[in-house]
Design a protein around this ligand. Structure first.
Ligand code: GLN
Length: 478
């Protein structure tokens, strides 16, 4: 019977002939189909995956060396373009739309031998924290299907959680990889802004968006990151910095041991006491293990969520203006008496409630009368946050934080209160406002039986330190 632990073990088993890529594909397809009630997948490309698997098995039989991600089975959040395959951002407005090109990450994955298994459900246009905003219905948490998996990359998280694939790629604009990773008990990485090309990622808020990686282990995250990171002529915001061989060094001890945590974050009234207690224990065991772990004051904590929602809705209102029912996507069958009516009908019918709310909010904060009061102010706060982080990283190598204030909530519990849902992003949006790499690692179990994670952040482009520290902290918990 096929069993997956890590890419490294899988590769050893492929090389020794204990398993085949075809066997792996069959195993994951069966699991994904068996778990269909969780609603994690919008498409499964079984036949194509088997064709690719046979070719990859041929390579092995012919004695050729394994490719870096040989036969690694990957799922893509429905915001990542895969040529000649459906791409809808879980929105009715892109129903039946097929991508005409590959995202850079897809090209890189396939060149490294990975197999794309399918397209994963998410919140519409990646807006949400619970995966209840999908036009294709909510995704359910595999640990407890009455609970949300988190969002917006909920389908991607559940697919890894439930062994439907080895790796998922999601997108993280304000926590959409780390928060579902926390709720599902897996690893979720949001790299530094500019580490991975966004070419072929459907834009939500372009100065925040990053493609992120879900896996069961930090080592597997490292193995995928080193393949998909790096400069790209199609995205001028990607860094030219060389990509380190993350997977070769992820298990090495890091000399960087100065850790900060935000006092206000651990004292915040929204934080579940059991989560606070767990992180306090981690701080103590890190101190015992020789780390410097200091409380640092962060008096802007309550500003991060409002700042994030002003700026991201502004960017979203601009990015989503392209969905007008003219060139692609949903066109209303109602009588469109003029061009304005055509736009109005297409957008009213095509977008869901949360997306409309954000477009309106974004248009409002950008409107002439309110621009300075909201948009300019938020930009100024963002600058202060960036400056503060630059100062902090002169004295510290990393920041630790909770990922989310509480574990996975019940489906429907927060749906009627968007502000409560926004406020729960308090610990994740900071990394996107500043552009820091951040990861959620599954360390803990709540007394309710639900998993939750620890969030670690480092200075921009310090992914090596981030991954090494994560491995070290995980070892302290073994
Ligand atoms: N929950 C946040 C939001 O709704 C984050 C979403 C994301 O990272 N894509 O905007």
């Amino acid at each position: 019977m096929f069993r997956f632990t890590t890419i490294k073990d899988y590769h050893n088993n492929l090389q020794s002939g204990q398993t085949t890529v075809v066997e792996a594909v069959r195993f994951f397809v069966e699991a994904a189909k068996g778990g269909a009630s969780l609603n994690a997948w919008l498409s499964i490309y079984e036949d194509e995956a088997l064709v690719a698997a046979k070719q990859l098995d041929e390579h092995i039989r012919a004695g050729q060396p394994l490719l870096p991600l040989h036969g690694v089975i990957v799922g893509l959040k429905d915001v990542i373009a895969y040529k000649n395959h459906p791409l809808s951002a879980a929105s009715k407005i892109l129903e039946n739309f097929q991508s005409i090109f590959d995202a850079t990450v897809v090209e890189k994955l396939q060149a490294a031998g990975a197999i794309i298994l399918g397209r994963q459900n998410c919140d519409e246009f990646a807006m949400g924290s619970s995966n209840e905003n999908s036009a294709y219905g909510p995704v359910k948490n595999g640990i407890d299907p009455t609970r949300v998996p988190g969002g917006s990359s909920g389908g991607s998280a559940v697919a890894v959680q439930m062994n439907h694939c080895m790796i998922s790629l999601g997108s993280d604009t304000g926590g959409s990889v780390r928060q579902p990773a926390d709720f599902c008990g897996i690893v979720g990485l949001k790299p530094s802004y500019g580490r991975i090309s966004r070419y072929g990622l459907i834009a939500y808020a372009s100065s925040f968006d990053q493609i992120g990686i879900f896996a069961k282990s930090v080592t597997d995250v490292a193995a995928v990151l080193e393949i998909i990171a790096g400069s790209d002529a199609f995205d001028s915001t990607v860094s030219e910095l060389p990509v380190p061989a993350y997977s070769a060094v992820v298990d090495e001890p890091t000399p960087k041991k100065r850790i900060a945590y935000f006092k206000e974050a651990l004292e915040h009234p929204s934080l579940d006491p059991a989560i606070k207690a767990a992180i306090d224990t981690t701080i103590q065991s890190m101190q015992k293990a020789g780390y410097t772990v200091d409380a640092v004051s962060f008096d802007m904590l309550d500003l991060v969520v409002p700042t994030y929602y002003v700026l991201t809705t502004a960017e979203a209102s601009s990015n989503l203006s392209r969905y007008d029912g003219v060139k692609f996507g949903h066109r209303s069958s109602a009588e469109n008496k003029d061009l304005t009516a055509l736009y109005k009908n297409a957008r009213s019918e095509g977008f869901g409630k949360e997306v409309k709310r954000r477009i309106m909010l974004g248009t409002f904060v950008l409107s002439a009368g309110y621009f300075d009061a909201y948009f300019t102010k938020a930009q100024q706060i963002r600058k202060l946050l960036v400056d503060g982080a630059t100062q902090l990283f002169k004295n510290y190598d990393a920041i630790i934080l909770p990922t989310v204030p509480s574990p996975a909530f019940l489906i429907g519990d927060n749906a009627k209160d968007p502000v409560a849902m926004f406020l729960a992003d308090i610990y994740t949006v900071y990394a996107n406002l500043v552009g820091l790499p951040a990861i959620s690692i599954p360390l803990y179990k709540h007394h309710s039986g639900l998993p939750f994670g620890l969030q670690v952040m480092c200075a921009p482009f310090e992914e090596t330190t981030l991954l090494q520290l994560s491995t070290a902290i995980q070892k302290l918990h073994e």
